[in-house]
Design a protein around this ligand. Structure first.
Ligand SMILES: C[S@@+](CC[C@H](N)C(=O)[O-])C[C@H]1O[C@@H](n2cnc3c(N)ncnc32)[C@H](O)[C@@H]1O
Length: 418
């Protein structure tokens, strides 16, 4: 999947943007001049908005589609640069579910919903994830796209239809709902249908409501509008403030789960359980993932000219399932490993002599750990030709035999790594 966004993807998106009259011709995307003049100023503006750090959550972004002197170019910049990045992030999450053995319930039509859909980045991310890491979603289904900006919503629906066809999901359709969501009221009308895939990508950080309010509204909506065996995917920025807010939301969702007795809601990823968050325990800490991809060729030009770097894509995420089945049945790759022996590598890994050193997070919190030697690849996974490969951020360590305390642990043995 990481190499699926090269020249053919650039041709597809260039043709689409030209057909939509967002650019004058497909060649624009190969022109340094067009990129420098028509895209980069808007990408920089959006980057500044998205990278706002300690300001209040909602001050920078609210009606950003409307505030620009040149809305069409701002929208185009988002579409060409931020949409593919977010598409790939969601696809990576789907690919992780697939690697862990998740199977879409057989014969069940996809009923997806993306809130704050923008140009349908998340829905397209699921399509890409499913193409390159299939879980068995049939080529029949539909997405409800909900978005407050009409032009972006309509652009997203047209793009999704093109993209779905391109990745072989030609019978996935979209319905658009031009609506402003508020956490002061139910998120969906009472008579809205049930869905089985609920997606919010880079959306929650646009709301300043406290985590318990978000959790309560979300649980209300999921209890009413999410089918059993449905999946929920939340993707948020990797920045400390926004990532911590997602961790706070996870905590608040677990409180809601207890108080409502809604025990069919389970956290699947990234933490494989309901333990208290290892990152939230320290005030200055947070938790994020990073994925690598081969950027579309025009991304390299943008990155070079704008001094940006989209070689790796950081993000925070949370995946839940509505299911009464044990987690090990939903994610069979976890089977035969005790919950207490499951860890995720949550930092970069660096060499200390012959060791690799990094932080891992598990049932008992976060700890600094070292590892030396070889690991055994999960039997469920394709053979890894390079068993000595460095462990890296995001890896799951299963059946880990960990000795030592939270400040200095040694992993004696790992049976499975994903
Ligand atoms: C950063 S963009 C993310 C778009 C897309 N999900 C993605 O991952 O690229 C956030 C989107 O949420 C929309 N949004 C923000 N607040 C909203 C609200 N209250 N109701 C509906 N949409 C909203 C914005 O208009 C914007 O398109």
């Amino acid at each position: 999947m990481a190499s699926a966004f090269g020249e053919p993807f650039q041709n597809l998106i260039a043709r689409f943007a030209a057909d939509q009259k967002l650019m004058t011709s497909v060649e624009d995307l190969s022109s340094d001049r067009f990129i420098a003049r028509s895209l980069i100023p808007h990408i920089e503006k959006l980057s500044q908005l998205f990278n706002r750090t300690e300001k209040s959550q909602d001050s920078g972004l609210d009606p950003y589609w409307k505030n620009s002197s040149n809305r069409a170019h701002l929208r185009l910049a988002y579409f060409l640069y931020f949409m593919p990045s977010n598409l790939f992030r969601t696809a990576s999450i789907w690919a992780e579910l697939s690697r862990l053995g998740f199977k879409w319930p057989s014969g069940r039509t996809l009923k997806g919903i993306e809130l704050g859909a923008g140009p349908a980045s998340g829905a397209c991310g699921i399509a890409a994830g499913e193409k390159y890491s299939p879980t068995g979603i049939p080529n029949a289904g539909h997405w409800a796209l909900i978005e407050q900006d009409r032009a972006t919503l309509e652009l997203g629906a047209r793009w999704a239809n093109d993209y779905f066809s391109d990745v072989g999901m030609s019978d996935w359709g979209t319905r658009t709902f031009h609506r402003k969501i508020s956490f002061n009221e139910p998120l969906l009308p009472q008579n809205a249908p049930k869905f089985n895939l609920w997606l919010m990508s880079f959306m929650l950080n646009e709301f300043s409501d406290p985590a318990p309010v978000l959790a309560s509204r979300l649980m209300d909506a999921w209890e009413r509008h999410l089918e059993e065996e449905g999946i929920i995917i939340l993707v948020e920025p990797a920045l400390k403030l926004q990532s911590r807010r997602l961790l706070e939301l996870r905590k608040a969702l677990l409180v809601e789960r207890e108080t409502r007795g809604a025990f069919d809601f389970q956290v699947l990823l990234p933490c494989l359980g309901h333990q208290s968050c290892g990152a939230l325990a320290a005030e200055e800490d947070w938790c994020h993932e990073e994925v690598m991809w081969w950027r579309p060729p025009y991304f390299r030009v943008i990155d070079r000219l704008a001094g940006l770097d989209r070689k790796t894509l950081p993000f925070s995420y949370l995946v839940l399932a509505r299911s009464n089945r044990p987690r090990e049945e939903i994610l069979p790759a976890l089977d035969k490993s005790r919950a207490e022996s499951r860890y995720r590598l949550v930092s970069p890994s660096h060499r200390e002599g012959n060791d690799q050193e990094f932080f891992i997070c598990g049932q008992d919190g976060k700890r600094r750990a070292r590892f030396r030697g070889k690991y055994k690849q999960s039997a469920m996974l394709p053979a890894n030709p390079d068993d000595d490969a460095r462990l890296q951020r995001g890896d799951l360590l299963l059946n880990a035999d960990v000795r030592g305390d939270m400040n200095a642990s040694r992993i004696e043995k790992i049976d499975r790594v994903t």
